[in-house]
Design a protein. Structure first.
Lengths: 390, 230
């Protein structure tokens, strides 16, 4: 094996052609990295926004979710009768339910007194809501009226609530014009629709938004026995409950929300288009670099052909140049991508993470971009005529 | 006479034209010649008489249009690309400009020649390349780029590169034209010495009257025809 490899080893012409022209390779790396960073950013934002739209959904302690069939997404939830949850309890596998009110209310920043819309969740504090094991203790404080839990991942515009709270200060402010007191801090995360979140009891929630009919809720969480067939329960409940309610598994509820942002808004299109622009810019740059490289070295390629190198081995040189460029361009793009994701996370609090699949997809795109450009540049090699160099 | 199958090169009634239709112009007219192993043959003649065309035909760089052209017994008339490509590996070429690869050092340029040989390890091919550079007197310039070498040194590297592939026929097109007279003389002597050590035949096109005496045989060409030897 190794002997065979040593026997085949040749002068690394592709590598030397590139590295002996530092300026050209720097331009190429900068161009490819730029295209890569653009794709990392655009696709990262896109996925981050989709993920952010379900940060709260993912934390729900539920197997099934009841919503109104008129609800389109978390920013336009409609109500349905709370009685449906009681009816769902009739199913033999259902072991518990939680009624949730879900609406946007105006929050006053206690520091500069400006107001801003915040997503408020109202539930019965003696029922489970989130899977976080520490949540139950915090929730018990909500049994007093006028208490709220504030999401410390909310955007800074809502005020320095968590730092004040952790300093031991009494944090009081107004929500929808009524006084509330922060009695705890939770970590949920903002989404595209909601800049911040607060959790309170249904009683407080209804006091804050008196227009809401007390018998109406926006979301019903349903928990079932371990090991039950969730799809089957979803089907049975959808058949047995009236048509003013829709039963989904938790995963379909998450998909329902993501799907809204994906298909009913332009986010997906805009960011995918942005990534496509990056891809095209990259293609043009790599093609230019490889094409001018082949043109500049045409007499040398012709000399090699005259010496007895066949066209295929010369095409191999161009292909290897493309491959080397893709690796050299990808590494800085990946590193800058990680750095920019960290920057985005700290400044927008969106959950933009480097996922393996995105890293792989972008590597494949860069590889495709470089190899495609190499193939296009190879056409120029046909102009290398060894008979012309004498 | 030696038997025909030991000929390095045998040409019989070779014709060649450039252009199409009314523009068609004959550049070679019934050329016939032979070169035997170890012979050094010089080809002279005014520019435009077809010397370089003949060289590119022998070097399998052009398709033969009419006539017999055999190199090492391989008929080039009607030969496909693969045959011509394989033949080129056995023919060394030295060009008017040195045509070295700019991005490779002297040693790497020569190794591009020895890389064409099968069955040697990378190390062995590199050692051969160094050996050739020593033979052409460039042992202190192995890692220099062509850019940093003088014209004579570049042409020496080109000779080393051509010989590194162990050819049995060396084609040289005015190898001294870019050099001053004493350097040109040195290069041609070196070329002859090394070629003979390898029992490699040499066909050299030249204008340079100062080097005619290295030839075993002198061929003169005019208007696409070989003149009878003097």
């Amino acid at each position: 094996m190794i002997r065979d490899f040593l026997g085949k080893r040749k002068i690394p012409l592709a590598w030397l052609l590139l590295t002996r022209q530092p300026l050209r390779i720097l331009v190429a790396i900068a161009g490819i990295s730029f295209a890569g960073i653009l794709m990392f950013m655009q696709l990262g934002f896109r996925d981050g926004l989709f993920d952010a739209s379900v940060t709260v959904h993912k934390l729900f302690d539920a197997d099934l979710v009841l919503i109104s069939p008129r609800s389109k997404s978390s920013i336009s939830m409609s109500g349905f009768p709370r009685r449906r949850l009681v009816q769902a309890m009739a199913h033999k596998d259902v072991i518990g339910t939680t009624a949730i009110n879900w609406n946007f209310l105006l929050w006053r920043n206690p520091e500069n007194l400006s107001t801003r819309s915040i997503l408020a969740l109202g539930f019965e504090p003696n029922k489970p809501l989130l899977i976080d094991p520490n949540f139950e203790k915090k929730a018990s404080s909500l049994k007093n009226k006028g208490r709220v839990l504030f999401d410390d991942l909310s955007r800074d515009e809502f005020g320095p609530i968590s730092s004040w709270f952790n300093d031991g200060r009494l944090v009081e402010t107004e929500v929808a014009g009524k006084r509330v007191r922060v009695s705890g801090i939770v970590s949920l995360g903002p989404s595209f629709g909601a800049d911040g979140n607060l959790i309170t009891s249904r009683e407080t929630f209804l006091g804050l938004s008196p227009g809401n009919p007390p018998g109406s809720i926006e979301i019903g969480l349903v928990r079932v026995k371990n090991g039950s067939d969730i799809d089957n329960i979803v089907r049975t409940l959808n058949l047995s409950l009236p048509s003013d309610v829709r039963v989904l598994s938790l995963q379909s509820f998450i998909d329902f929300e993501k799907n809204y942002w994906r298909s009913s808004t332009s986010i997906g299109f805009i960011f995918t288009l942005g990534a496509a622009m990056g891809f095209i810019v990259g293609c043009v740059i790599v093609y230019q670099i490889l094409y001018s490289d082949v043109s500049d070295h045409l007499p040398e390629y012709a000399t090699l052909m005259a010496m007895g190198y066949n066209l295929r081995s010369l095409l191999g040189v161009v292909a290897r140049e493309g491959f080397i460029l893709s690796i050299m361009g990808y590494v800085p793009a990946y590193i800058s991508g990680q750095a920019l994701y960290a920057l985005v996370r700290s400044s927008t609090k969106l959950p933009v993470e480097m996922s393996f699949s995105r890293a792989f997809i972008i590597f494949s795109l860069i590889l495709f971009m470089c190899m495609g450009s190499a193939i296009a540049a190879m056409k120029k090699l046909a102009d290398a005529d060894p008979a012309e160099i004498f | 006479m030696r038997s025909s199958n030991t000929n390095t090169l045998k040409i019989f009634s070779l014709n060649h034209w450039y252009g199409q239709g009314q523009m068609r112009r004959q550049v070679l007219q019934s050329i016939s010649m032979e070169i035997f192993p170890g012979e050094v043959v010089l080809l002279t003649g005014p520019s435009g008489c077809g010397k370089t065309t003949l060289l590119t035909l022998i070097g399998a760089l052009r398709r033969v249009q009419d006539g017999d052209l055999k190199v090492f017994g391989t008929q080039l008339y009607g030969a496909n690309r693969k045959i011509r490509q394989n033949l080129r590996k056995k023919i060394g070429m030295i060009f008017q400009g040195h045509n070295l690869l700019r991005c490779l050092s002297a040693e790497q340029n020569v190794q591009m020649g020895s890389d064409l040989l099968n069955g040697y390890s990378y190390r062995a091919r590199r050692d051969q390349a160094r050996e050739w550079l020593r033979a052409v007197g460039l042992k202190d310039h192995m890692s220099k780029l062509p850019h940093d070498l003088s014209g004579g040194q570049k042409q020496r590297v080109a000779i080393a590169r051509a010989l590194a592939a162990k050819p049995k026929l060396l084609l040289a097109d005015e190898p001294t034209s870019a050099l001053d007279s004493s350097t040109g003389r040195e290069i041609v002597d070196l070329l002859k010495k090394l070629a003979l050590e390898q029992s490699c035949s040499v066909l050299m096109v030249t204008h340079d009257p100062r080097i005619l005496d290295v030839a075993d045989r002198l061929l003169r060409m005019e208007d696409g025809q070989l003149l009878p030897s003097v």
